[in-house]
Design a protein. Structure first.
Length: 614
């Protein structure tokens, strides 16, 4: 139970001297009893914000912002009163309420993460075995202060380095396993490290707490050919890949000051930008930018700039951005880099910073970007190409979830007006076409829903306890196996390439699950992470399937040893494939009747089927 709020507020306020608190955030200049600081709430050049210790308040003479210590935290951290209270209480070591056992456990997980991050970093900075890692960091032009600011470390090549450190220092291996840094060996033979011979980039939440790692394999590592170049923590109680934004803890205030946050692709890009003095840069964690990312970024800046490589223009990223732009209250702009350069390359060049800044300033909003793209492909459109160009954009608008609030409708109206201008088509024609497309889409959804009707109860059934209990032993029956495959793949997208080799989509009989599998394999082939976010973009025509996919992922995440489970599912598919082939040969055998040569050939094939393949 929360304690009496007024009493708590007074206690926290008494323990939080406004000058001490603000000094933690901003440089404060003191002259006698006058304390001043550069105001963080407007574009301040001289210290305009005065802090009054006697009255425990602050006041900016230039922009007029004022208040007490709580309002400072609310404004600076962009949080509500309760969160501000919690931040200050934590700072003053005042317990808000009795910590629940879950909170307590979570704190332990954060602590074990902090411990691991420090171990990896000490190794990188001091150990002889980290020589190659230090060389690699140097080759990427990352400076010492950047290494420290971002907490970069190194996980050595031995299979159990971290496990050994933990045992020596009395750190719980169970907690380390829970945060995904080590895993159990088969048959209870201890633990092994999940990251080996990798440079470790801590992934931190908004409060700068390490919640996961991205590991970059050393280029000359013997493991380089076998594993992925980048390996991220799998999802844990602290880490959810699709919600996290790399660099947000450092970038958010800079974003508020600059008026926008820019999203790039890689960790190194983010760090190089910060190192070059462009701090309002973040990266999504290898997933496509989704609405949850945008909502987070939107807390700190009204405008989000997506930075694409020059050759990335035609892909789904632009349509995805356009869809978010249309359906969310955010200014979403797209910038493209000069051909063949990623941000880190560019920023390590002498004039790179200026070019990079210019690129960001030249970003155009997602709608203009799409239009420019279409006009570039059809410089002089005729009636037919104009119609197709219009439909390409209106199709995305029609797909966007309808938001019944006024500002969203106003935004759509503005978009239609702009389209009408740029394409030289009367506004009422544009309006009626978008209505047509929306009606078509709803009809399509209804058709899909009725077709999918028998699927839905089955999908819902997966979540019942009896089928949960089934999770330990994948059974042979086809639909169960098919569902289990999708559960695993949606929870562990890293397994998709393996699945593609051993469980081709043709083997899946259920039409909905088959579609999901086909799309996951297609994403992988295109080099896009085959995860739920990617899948949802490919299933815009099947919102029913997208929601089933989310349920499947939920179940998949509850499966304890996913690797082992996956192996069993794949074995099940192997067996099924043999059974299917055998049956088809037997059927043919019955059909050929008296033709001996054909029958003998088929029998030979049947025998070969039953032998294990080399
Ligand atoms: Zn101000």
């Amino acid at each position: 139970m929360p304690r009496d709020l007024v009493e708590l507020k007074n206690q926290v306020k008494a323990a939080s001297d406004i000058l001490d608190v603000i000094s933690n955030y901003l440089p404060v200049h003191t002259n006698g009893k006058i304390h001043k600081s550069i105001c963080p709430f407007h574009n301040d050049t001289r210290p305009s914000m005065q802090i009054d210790r006697k009255f425990q308040n602050f006041h900016c003479w230039a922009c007029g912002v004022k208040g007490d210590v709580f309002s400072f935290i609310e404004k600076y951290e962009k949080v509500g009163f309760k969160e501000a209270l919690a931040i200050l209480a934590r700072r003053a070591n005042i317990a808000l309420e009795e910590a629940s056992p879950q909170d307590h456990h979570k704190i332990q997980l954060f602590e074990v993460m902090r411990w691991a991050q420090a171990e990896y970093q000490t190794c990188l900075l001091e150990s002889e075995i980290a020589l190659a890692a230090r060389k690699y960091i140097g080759s990427r032009h990352l400076s010492g202060p950047t290494v420290r600011q971002f907490g970069i470390g190194f996980a050595p090549i031995d299979g159990d380095w971290l496990t050994k450190q933990a045992n020596q220092q009395g750190i719980s291996t169970d907690l380390l396993e829970e945060v995904g840094l080590i895993a159990k060996r088969n048959e209870n033979r201890g633990f092994y490290d999940r990251f080996r011979d990798r440079v470790m980039f801590p992934i931190r939440d908004v409060q700068s707490r390490t919640v996961g790692f991205g590991g970059r394999i050393l280029p000359d590592s013997p493991y380089a050919a076998r594993g992925p170049k980048y390996y991220n923590s799998s999802d844990t109680p602290l880490f959810s890949k699709s919600d996290l934004i790399f660099g947000i803890d450092h970038a958010r205030h800079a974003g508020a000051a600059a008026g926008f946050l820019a999203v790039v692709e890689g960790y190194t890009d983010v760090m190089m930008a910060h190192q070059s003095g462009i701090p309002n840069i973040v990266a999504a964690m290898g997933t496509a930018l989704n609405a949850r990312h945008v909502a987070q970024l939107r807390r700190y800046a009204n405008k989000v700039v997506l930075l694409f490589d020059a050759d990335e223009g035609g892909n789904t990223g632009v349509d995805r951005a356009l869809e978010i732009f249309i359906s969310h209250d955010v200014e979403l702009a797209i910038a493209t880099l000069p051909e063949g350069l990623d941000p880190a390359d560019l920023l390590s060049k002498p004039d790179g910073k200026e070019i990079f800044q210019k690129v960001l300033l030249n970003a155009v909003d997602a709608l203009d970007f799409k239009l420019n793209q279409l006009f570039a492909k059809n410089p002089e459109p005729n009636i037919e190409t104009t119609r197709r160009m219009l439909d390409a954009i209106l199709g995305v608008i029609a797909m966007a979830p309808s938001v019944p609030n006024q500002s969203a409708q106003l935004k759509q109206e503005l978009i239609l007006t702009r389209l009408s201008h740029r394409m030289g088509i009367e506004l009422k024609v544009v309006r009626s076409r978008v209505k047509e497309l929306q009606v078509e889409r709803r009809k399509q959804e209804q058709r899909n829903a009725s077709r999918a009707a028998p699927v839905m109860p089955a999908a819902a059934r997966i979540l019942t306890p009896e089928t949960q209990a089934n999770i330990g032993k994948p059974s042979g029956s086809a639909p169960v196996l098919e569902r289990q495959l999708l559960q695993i793949l949606l929870a562990e997208p890293g397994l998709v390439p393996d699945a593609k080799d051993h469980a081709p989509a043709e083997l899946v009989s259920h039409s909905g699950l088959k579609r999901m599998l086909i799309e996951l394999y297609a994403l992988h082939d295109m080099g896009i992470p085959p995860d739920l976010d990617g899948l949802r973009v490919r299933l815009l025509d099947r919102p029913d399937l997208a929601s089933v996919a989310m349920d499947l992922q939920q179940v998949g995440r509850g499966i304890p040893d996913r690797q082992l489970y996956f192996k069993k599912v794949i074995e099940g598919f192997g067996k099924q494939r043999v059974d299917a082939d055998t049956k088809s040969v037997k059927d043919q055998l019955n059909a050929v009747g008296t033709d001996d040569a054909a029958a003998i050939e088929l029998l030979r094939r049947l025998q070969n089927r039953d032998k294990p393949k080399k």
